[in-house]
Design a protein around this ligand. Structure first.
Ligand code: HEM
Length: 229
């Protein structure tokens, strides 16, 4: 290949990140990383039903190696940043490409969940920031003193405040809608679209997202109803 052909190719072919497909793959892979974290985090948090000793021991285990903890945190932060950047850039690109009179047809064709992706995402992000300030940093802790290392106390005290629980339940329902759509569209993003399998995938996504969210929501509800004290 001559130098001028290489130059022309470089000029024409967008890089992986610049291409629409590349951004969709980045969204899918980072979404998958965050999804795995959400499952792992749920399994850990369900230990709240095993009592303070086991729940606090689990939290202590997460902090046993600071280097490892920061490696995992860095992967999550990079995943969140790339997920948001790719989403915003794709949305702007779609908006630019779409003719004005197409918007009505688009609204009819797209599902409720897909239309909520753009606003459920920012609310879930706001929830995660609140959550980190409440349970990790302890800067926001309505109702009682934050006790570092006593995560059981922090969670029970936090969810005993009704509006904290209400805010969690609201944000978790949105996370569920976001996950449901994200799970099956992840397959579409990497090019998997099958007439027979896609409807099944959509149903599976609904069941998985509902199970995850019910698991999470059960915690504030159990605290509010006094099941977990
Ligand atoms: C009822 C639901 C939830 C409970 C009870 C809960 C509980 C906790 C607790 C106690 C911590 C602090 C752990 C520690 O510092 O030792 C924590 C950290 C965290 N939670 Fe949750 N969580 C819930 C839902 C979620 C959800 C839905 C997400 C994500 C969308 C999430 C993301 C995180 C993150 C990113 C951290 C920081 C982990 C780190 O230390 O690096 N949590 N959570």
């Amino acid at each position: 290949m001559s130098t001028s052909t290489v130059q022309a190719f470089k000029h024409q072919a967008p890089s992986f990140w610049q291409s629409t497909n590349g951004k969709k793959v980045v969204m899918a892979v980072t979404g998958c990383i965050l999804f795995l974290f959400i499952i792992g985090h749920l399994l850990g948090n369900l230990l709240v039903y095993a009592g303070p000793v086991r729940y606090n021991a689990y939290a202590a285990f997460l902090h046993f190696d600071d280097t490892l903890l920061w490696i995992i945190r860095s992967v999550l932060i990079v995943a969140v940043v790339l997920h948001i950047t790719a989403t915003v850039q794709l949305a702007l690109r779609n908006k630019k490409a779409r003719p004005v009179d197409y918007s009505r047809k688009e609204a009819i064709n797209s599902s409720f969940a897909s239309r909520t992706m753009y606003w459920s995402g920012p609310i879930v992000l706001a929830f995660v920031i609140f959550h980190l300030l409440e349970f990790t940093a302890g800067y926001i802790h309505p109702g009682s003193q934050f006790i570092r290392g006593d995560v059981y106390h922090n969670v029970i005290a936090g969810f005993s405040v009704w509006w904290v629980s209400a805010w969690y339940i609201f944000a978790l329902i949105l996370l569920g809608i976001h996950l449901r759509h994200g799970i099956w569209s992840m397959f579409q993003s990497v090019g998997y679209n099958h007439k027979k399998h896609t409807p099944l995938l959509k149903k599976a996504a609904l069941v998985i997202a509902a199970a995850i969210i019910l698991g999470y929501i059960s915690i504030p509800i159990s605290v509010l109803t006094g099941l977990v004290k």
